[in-house]
Write a protein that binds this ligand. Sequence first.
Ligand SMILES: [Zn+2]
Ligand SMILES: [Zn+2]
Length: 169
Amino acid sequence: MPVHALGPARRAGIEHRVTHPPADEAATLHHEASRRLAALDQRYTSSRRALVDAIAAAGRPMTMPEILGAATGVPQSSAYRNLTVLCEAGVARRLAGSDDLGRFELAEDLSGHHHHHLVCSACGVVADVPSSPRLEKALDEAARLAAEETGFAVTDHRIDLEGLCPACR
Ligand SMILES: [Zn+2]
Ligand SMILES: [Zn+2]
């Protein structure tokens, strides 16, 4: 199994968009997704696999309508339930947005793509921001300060920046 597929989520400076994953990477992803579902006694059905393919290919968090548009053949009636199961299994992650639409992305340890989010407060679109050594250094410093002031043991971080996307400015 390639290290980058499952290794530590933090891969500073590497933008790893899974737009067209090589076959072995996709196989690793599906193998791991199947393993995580099995741990919950859930099957990796063709619908669930199609949903994973859709969110892995997107490169940014997708709304349910976007996912259904990309994952053709997945019944709409069961898509939400299937995504919920994928989130419970740690394959996908649901983001709380600034609008009513939930957005879904691949779990970060599966995408191997440590990143942060830009959330548009007008239209709700969420864009991924790949991390960089400079950004990580600044965030590590912020985490250190927060830990110092609160006694909290910080193990990871995730930031959402709110503002206006280029289309809404
Ligand atoms: Zn916007
Ligand atoms: Zn993301």
